[in-house]
Design a protein around this ligand. Structure first.
Ligand code: TYD
Length: 142
């Protein structure tokens, strides 16, 4: 899989039969990194905005395994895209250094997050102005 460091939707293999559905997400195959951590978010109501950070080192894949939510991704250079997560066999790949907001959680939303790293609070950028400054400095060096 060549994701070229860009946010993109991923479609996972779904094996359904008369017993129900089975979705397969293998690290390094269906997920473009080795999975070091999983966490999941549920019980957030439709008014809540989560995320609101960028990560210096972590890549993520987010999957609404139940219910729905939205993810807004910003590159700090004026571009933003909104993705709807509404199918258990679809995920969004988020590379390092993108700003993400998760919001509009349905009541039954269970948002599964797969991460390429163990948790390290120091790699989180939680100040949007700082993120914009870093991204625009990086742009000057390109
Ligand atoms: P936070 O980053 O605010 O959640 P989100 O961005 O997904 O809305 O995390 C909430 C709290 O949980 C915060 O105190 C940090 C802690 N936390 C961990 O200890 N390990 C983890 O892997 C994550 C994602 C959060």
């Amino acid at each position: 899989m060549n994701v070229q460091n860009k946010t993109e939707m991923l479609e996972f293999t779904e094996r359904g039969d008369d017993r129900g559905h089975l979705v397969i997400c293998e690290g390094g195959i269906d997920i473009p990194f080795d999975i070091k951590r999983i966490f999941y978010i549920y019980g957030s109501d439709s008014e809540v905005v989560r995320g609101q950070h960028a990560n210096r080192n972590s890549e993520f894949v987010l999957i609404n395994v139940a219910g729905t939510s939205k993810v807004r991704v910003k590159d700090g250079k004026g571009n933003e895209t909104v993705y709807s997560l509404n199918r258990p066999h679809t995920g969004i790949y988020l590379p390092k250094m993108v700003w993400k907001d998760m919001y509009e959680f349905s009541e039954d939303s269970v948002l599964l997050c797969l991460a390429s790293t163990h948790y390290d609070a120091s790699e989180y950028i939680r100040d949007y102005d700082e993120f914009v400054e870093i991204m625009n400095k990086e742009g000057e060096q390109e």
